[in-house]
Design a protein. Structure first.
Length: 196
């Protein structure tokens, strides 16, 4: 599934670019993620823990920079992992594109996520809602850490986001699902455009 997310940072594009070029710093913003070992240039091993109701998935895998364009300010991260108990696997490609807005920067994220096994059984809609909440939390953590850098503080000393679990994430995902259903049934009917 492909999920898009955008946010704005009140910092110049070069500073934001330096942030995204630091894989451990980016990974630290993801709830439940922990890089455990550097295994090559721009390539790391790590774990991600996700809890969704009664299901707790602990993925172990690799994350790397697939490509970077210093001129266009586009970087692509690629990750793949398998659940430690053999209940599923996941791959993700994160495409981050930066655009200068004067003294601030717009960050456009395109996340291509593929999940198999236990997590996939919940259906595309619920997984998408759950993932959207996680991405929103990740973006907020990124902004907090970028602010810390701008203020001369250690970005790694900023509180890490909690593991992807708990009622707050589940409730947020449920709220998105309810809004989607209400939009489908209660918003004014929009007829398809005529092809004549």
């Amino acid at each position: 599934m492909l999920i898009n997310h955008s946010f704005q940072v009140d910092q110049p594009i070069d500073q934001v670019w330096n942030f995204f070029d630091d894989v451990p710093l980016v990974a630290a913003c993801v709830p439940g993620a922990d890089l455990t070992k550097e295994i090559g240039d721009d390539q790391y091993e790590g774990d991600v823990t996700i809890s969704a109701g009664p299901v707790k998935l602990e993925f172990s895998g690799e994350l790397k920079i697939k490509s970077r364009d210093n001129t266009k300010k586009v970087i692509v991260l690629e990750g793949a992992g398998a659940d430690k108990k053999g209940r599923g696997a996941a791959t993700v490609v994160l495409d981050a594109s930066l655009n200068s807005l004067g003294g601030s920067t717009r960050v456009d994220l395109a996340i291509d996520l593929t999940i198999s096994g236990a997590a996939a059984q919940y259906g595309r809609g619920l997984v998408a809602d759950f993932t959207e909440v996680l991405i929103d939390q990740t973006a907020n953590s990124m902004k907090t850490r970028m602010t810390a850098i701008a203020e001369g503080r250690d970005p790694m000393a900023v509180g890490a986001p909690q593991a992807a679990s708990g009622l707050s994430i589940a409730f947020s995902a449920f709220t998105l699902a309810v809004k989607r259903v209400f939009a489908r049934f209660f918003l004014p009917y929009q007829p398809a455009p005529s092809r004549s």
